[in-house]
Design a protein around this ligand. Structure first.
Ligand code: ADP
Ligand code: MG
Ligand code: MG
Length: 890
């Protein structure tokens, strides 16, 4: 008989942390905690196979599931001494989803299942506490009706608010048993009105209803969006955990909370978390009451008055602190825990590897390695290269003038400045239109994920450090200030009131997620420095990695930034980008539009000194490091004049009539510029362009060699070659220019001529190309475009459908398409090496900064990756991880 159900608890645990794929993260870790003797309420997990079966069989369950569930419930009954559906001593359970990868807040949990009009009386008399029993029942009705019966939970919240108002109290804990009993009655009316049927009274019906709803929620919009953003395959499915309830809402010796074994914002080795006395479930994260800190130290730091857990319930705190130590030593990583204290006794409800900011990830990795908890290789693999981005972005200039508007909690570090938007859809729209936006909300919920993703920063009026906004923002690396209670909204007029200011969508604010402050307008920012743990990790990465990391840079600023970030050369200097400046574009247009060689040479003569100056600057900055310069590869249409003014300008510069210029422009317009007269095809038709550029390169190199004593290392790159002959033609021009300039100046420099591999034919015929080319740089942006036959510029309108339907597992322009484009790279490498064993091999597409792609480039043995300046640190780390991982699989 297939095992669909896995038990955990004192009387037997079937699973452990290694069975995450089958049991989901939550279930596997509940089993693991139970296995190492931590106090976990007993329960069982329906495996992800049940979910797969459910969706493969028209939403039905395996035949033996019912029996296995009954047996597992019986096991909980015997461990707890309660009975499911029993009127005198009822067993209550939670039904919780738990996928393989953590999907915080995506799936819904139902607590206190098993209560009905009869069992609630039994619970009240056993606990001798009607308030507690009816509090549990009203929570259950609300959650169950929301999740299973799709009744709007806001209706219940309104009824609760009304009740509090009627009774003149602020907190739900101040309501009496009778109040809550009355509330239960009105909740049941709401259900009857909204769902058209009564609230189900049979606990078994409740149980299967909840199970069905959790499986169904695997396909809800929120879950689908989250999976899409995080590349989680739909086929994984979710597991379900059914677990005996423990109660944090039984009185003042009860509590519930969340904790991190180290500070997830800073990485400091301080116990960190929040809790609430006499509360249940998600009260702590829901922002209903303001949660309190765990430790005395945290309370003092925050300046709070209300007692921390350490002070209010020292014995329970000590149990929790012991669990903290045990868990960290066991998992060898920072853990994020959920716990409940019932009448002074601690129970563990969840543990997982905690989400952390990049700053915290670095600090923890370095400190854990120094503590001997993990090795340096492990430390390097603990830091997500993509997360380093957030550390490279600016922080507020401490000397900048600023007007503080409000203060909230420092929920996710970093500063952000942008236009206010009040809802997630607008945030997405405006961001798509190129605006930088700050999403301002009362609080956020999983429905806001897409807007949070689109925003540069998030500001909420409510919620603590573990609120949805805070957790998600930290995970995404967005700056976030939460719980800024001075922020008020008028939803109707779309106005936000902060202090004495009235703001509307589009107004600019600045938030500082490191201090929790909110400022009016734009505040000056400063560039970050790599120091402390960041510097240590980078140093360790450099010791380990095999591949070099270069940068794609055209301007002196980019080159300097990249050098600061540790670039070991320029892997791609796109010369056409050097001509977008207002004063240069005219000469460039004149060159493109010239009707004959003579006209072109006139324009080229104007361009030559400009190019030379640019190259001199780059060579000087790069001080002897290699600089790969790609010959002109303009998508011609980007340079053609569009407006009448532009036409007039070009005509004047070229000394022709506007009409001639217009006709020439029409003639040059291409049907399909991406496959048109570009790359080395331009040099084939107009060798004088190649000649001019080569001369500019070598004049610059020789001049810099003379002036600085550093020998520049130009690597001249022929773009978009499909054949050896194209390279040979360009190479002849380049070699001739080099020889001439060296003879004129009396300076000798070494240089390479190579090609950018960006056409499938170039990879296939790499052996031929390598006869001419001394290096290959895989231009994987164009190589992806040309192999998939998908234009990057037009892909936006349909590529998301490809992502939704999992046609390409990830966006092939972000992470290299391993089977297709990857195979072409591999082929190019092998065939190229065959005819030129010492050929230098690199990659210069966007993929050069992507972790998964870098792992692949390590495996095929490239010499270097090149990426944009801000990606350089991430690439250094990813390259080190790739070396470690490749070593492990060898
Ligand atoms: P999420 O994935 O959103 O964290 P969980 O399944 O962990 O959802 O449930 C949310 C909260 O519900 C938990 O943090 C815990 O406080 C509470 N909870 C879940 N199961 C139990 C239980 N058996 N007893 C008491 N509280 C529970
Ligand atoms: Mg939840
Ligand atoms: Mg949880």
């Amino acid at each position: 008989m297939t095992q669909w159900v896995y038990n955990f608890g004192k009387t037997g645990t079937d699973g452990d942390a290694s069975r995450r794929n089958l049991l989901g993260g939550k279930g596997a870790n509940l089993a693991e905690m139970s296995g190492i003797g931590l106090p976990v309420p007993p329960g069982f997990t329906l495996s992800t196979d049940v979910c797969t079966h459910f969706y493969d069989h028209d939403k039905t369950y395996p035949d033996t599931l019912d029996q296995q569930v009954r047996e597992a419930i019986a096991k909980i009954e015997s461990e707890t001494g309660t009975r499911f559906a029993d009127s005198a001593n009822p067993l209550l359970v939670s039904v919780r989803s738990g996928a393989r990868a953590s999907m915080p807040g995506m799936m819904d949990t139902v607590l206190n299942l098993g209560l009905n009009d009869v069992t609630v009386v039994g619970l009240a008399s056993r606990a001798n506490d009607a308030r507690f029993a009816y509090d549990s029942y009203r929570r259950f009705i609300q959650m169950y009706s929301d999740v299973v019966m799709e009744v709007d939970h806001g209706l219940f919240e309104d009824a609760l608010e009304d009740m509090k108002l009627q009774r003149g109290v602020y907190e739900d804990t101040e309501l009496t048993g009778d109040d809550l009993k009355a509330l239960v009655a009105s909740y049941k009316d709401i259900v009857q009105d909204e769902a058209g049927t009564g609230f189900p009274q049979d606990p078994w019906e409740q149980l299967w209803g909840a199970i069905g709803a959790v499986f169904a929620s695997w396909m809800n919009t929120r879950a689908i969006t989250y999976r899409r953003l995080n590349n989680i395959p739909v086929a994984w499915g979710t597991a379900i955990n059914i677990q005996a309830m423990v109660f944090g809402n039984m009185g003042d010796d009860c509590a519930t909370g969340v904790a991190f074994t180290r500070d997830p914002s800073t990485g400091e080795n301080n116990f960190y978390g929040e809790f609430l006395i006499n509360a249940q479930g998600e009260d702590v994260v829901a922002g209903i009451r303001t949660p309190l800190p765990l430790t005395v130290a945290a309370r003092k730091k925050g300046g709070g008055e209300a007692l921390s857990m350490q002070e209010a319930m020292p014995a329970a705190f000590d149990q929790l602190d012991a669990v903290r130590k045990k868990l960290e030593a066991h998992y060898r990583d920072m853990q994020d825990l959920e716990f409940t204290v019932q009448q002074g006794v601690l129970y563990m409800l969840q543990t997982r590897s905690g989400k952390r900011t990049a700053e915290a990830a670095l600090r923890m990795a370095v400190e854990m390695a120094d503590e001997g908890l993990i090795t340096r290789d492990e430390a390097l693999c603990r830091v997500d290269p993509n997360a380093l981005d957030q550390l490279l972005h600016p922080t507020l200039d401490p000397n900048a003038e600023k007007v503080i508007l409000a203060r909230g909690l420092p929920a996710s570090p970093g500063a952000a400045c942008g236009k206010i938007v009040l809802n997630a859809d607008r945030a997405e729209e405006m961001a798509a239109g190129g605006e930088v936006v700050i999403l301002v909300r009362l609080e956020t919920s999983p429905e806001d994920i897409h807007g949070m993703h689109a925003a540069a920063g998030i500001l909420t009026a409510r919620g603590g450090m573990t609120s949805h906004a805070a957790v998600v923002a930290r995970g995404m690396g967005r700056a976030c200030v939460s719980g800024a209670s001075d922020v008020r909204f008028d939803e109707v007029s779309g106005k936000v009131f902060i202090a004495d200011q009235v703001l509307v969508e589009g107004d600019i604010i600045t938030i500082d997620g490191t201090s929790g402050e909110v400022y009016a307008g734009k505040v000056d920012m400063i560039q970050p420095k790599m120091s402390g743990a960041f510097a240590s990790v980078m140093g360790w990465a450099d010791e380990v990695r095999r591949m070099e990391v270069r940068t794609n840079a055209e301007t002196p600023t980019e080159a300097r930034v990249a050098l600061d970030f540790g670039a070991q050369g320029i892997g791609l200097c796109r010369t056409e980008h050097m001509f977008f400046d207002a004063d240069r574009i005219i000469a460039m247009r004149q060159m493109i539009m010239a009707a004959d060689t003579e006209g072109r040479e006139l324009a080229l003569a104007k361009l030559l000194p400009m190019q030379r100056r640019d190259f001199e600057e780059l060579f000087t900055i790069m001080a002897g490091l290699p600089v790969t310069i790609r010959l002109l590869d303009p998508p011609l249409h980007e340079f053609l004049p569009h407006s009448a003014d532009e036409l007039a300008e070009v005509a004047a510069a070229a000394g022709v009539t506007i009409e001639t210029a217009r006709q020439r422009s029409v003639k040059l317009a291409e049907t399909n510029p991406m496959l048109g007269h570009r790359g080395c095809r331009l040099a084939v038709t107009y060798p004088e362009i190649c000649r001019m550029q080569a001369r500019a390169i070598f004049e610059a190199a020789c001049a810099v060699a003379k002036n600085t004593g550093e020998s520049p290392v130009p690597e001249v790159m022929v773009p978009l070659a499909a054949t050896a002959r194209e390279i040979a033609l360009c190479k002849a021009e380049i070699d001739a220019a080099a020889a001439a300039v060296m003879a004129e100046t009396g300076v000798t420099i070494s240089y390479l001529v190579g090609t950018m591999v960006e056409l499938p034919r170039a990879s296939i015929c790499a052996a031929d190309l390598a006869v001419e080319a001394e290096f290959f740089s895989f231009g994987t942006n164009d190589l992806t475009q040309t192999s998939l036959g998908i234009s990057r510029d037009d892909a936006g309108s349909f590529l998301h459908d490809y992502a939704d339907k999992e046609i390409y597992p990830v966006d092939p322009f972000v992470s290299i398409d391993l089977e297709g484009v990857g195979s072409l790279v591999e082929m190019g490498v092998e065939r190229g090496r065959k005819s030129r064993p010492d050929i230098k091999l690199g990659i210069c597409g966007e993929h050069g900064g992507d972790g998964d792609s870098i792992l692949f480039f390590e495996k095929v043995g490239l010499d270097y990756v090149s990426c944009s300046p801000y990606r350089v640190p991430a690439a250094r780390l990813a390259a080190a991880q790739a070396t470690i991982k490749t070593r492990q699989t060898d």
